[in-house]
Design a protein around this ligand. Structure first.
Ligand SMILES: Nc1ncnc2c1ncn2[C@@H]1O[C@H](COP(=O)(O)OP(=O)(O)OP(=O)(O)O)[C@@H](O)[C@H]1O
Length: 271
């Protein structure tokens, strides 16, 4: 995935001084800047309402209702997205930039088999026969830890558990090998054991495919386990961003220290 141009690795994403408001004069993102390398995993933590979801929705170009970009730039692979038309941005969604939510599994169509939805989603973006798309689907379902992917492909959503549906929807997002996967609390609705498994499978899938991921989580331990860098949001600002080990062992910001104190197993040491 790394591409060298003129001796420097080109960036996957650059966000420069981005601001977003839902209400006139009340910014929910304030001057947020960061950059991300291809294949990198960044974990974003922070309390409820700090702007984590708004940040990754902004990257997808799909702000929640009422949200407006009020300043700054988003550059994806050297293209300034905020200057592009919605149609250009639309063309990137799914294929180059994909997103999974806490309840993605519940968006599977209940009256069509998983296989027919999955094959259609793959073929909408990749020039593949049905047979090839089916094979790719089976492969990614297996990589997400689904034991009997053939059975899943023939099943309807109502025949799968919540964990299986969520794994299926994550596999669908990852199958297209997006360059950037935006994950908003992708395992929060699952039980703790399943959460760990799904997170491990997700990070393996990203590593396999060279997919960069921005993972929003309220759980510092999950971010520390998954991410190479951790960003901390507070009141719409990215108040800290650094290598995971540095952030958890020597945080710059007082608020990060408070978050870390709430996770005893991480206090002052390692991932
Ligand atoms: N659709 C909306 N309309 C109005 N205000 C909104 C909307 N979505 C978010 N906000 C406000 O923007 C701020 C940031 O919200 P956001 O959902 O991005 O935070 P968050 O850190 O993801 O929170 P949570 O962890 O609870 O999902 C909050 O003050 C929230 O009330």
């Amino acid at each position: 995935m790394t591409s060298l141009r003129g001796g420097t690795t080109s960036l996957l994403v650059e966000m420069k001084n981005l601001s977003v408001s839902y209400k006139e004069g009340v910014p929910s993102l304030r001057d947020v800047s960061f950059s991300m390398k291809p294949g990198e995993i960044i974990g974003i933590v922070g309390e409820s309402g700090s702007g984590k979801s708004t940040l990754i929705r902004a990257l997808l170009g799909l702000l929640p209702v009422g949200g407006r970009y009020t300043g700054g730039e988003i550059i994806f692979r050297e293209r300034v997205l905020l200057r592009d038309s919605q149609q250009d941005w639309q063309g990137m969604r799914g294929k180059r930039i994909a997103m999974v939510f806490q309840d993605s599994g519940s968006y599977l169509n209940p009256i069509r088999s998983i296989g027919s939805q999955y094959v259609e989603a793959i073929r909408a973006h990749l020039p593949m026969s049905r047979k090839e798309a089916w094979k790719l689907a089976i492969h990614t379902l297996a990589r997400m830890g689904l034991d009997d992917p053939e059975r899943v492909m023939h099943a309807y959503a109502s025949q799968l558990s919540g964990g299986m549906k969520q794994r299926t929807s994550i596999a669908m997002a990852a199958a297209l090998e997006p360059e950037l996967l935006l994950a908003d609390e992708p395992t929060s609705a699952l039980d703790v054991t399943t959460q760990n498994e799904v997170m491990n499978q997700l990070s393996r899938l990203c590593a396999d495919k060279g997919t960069g991921m921005m993972l929003v989580t309220h759980n510092m331990a999950v971010a520390a386990h998954m991410a190479e860098r951790i960003g901390v949001m507070l009141d719409g600002r990215l108040v800290e961003l650094g290598d995971t080990l540095r952030v958890i062992s020597n945080p710059d910001h007082e608020y990060t220290r408070k978050l870390l104190e709430a996770v005893p197993e991480l206090e002052g040491n390692h991932t």
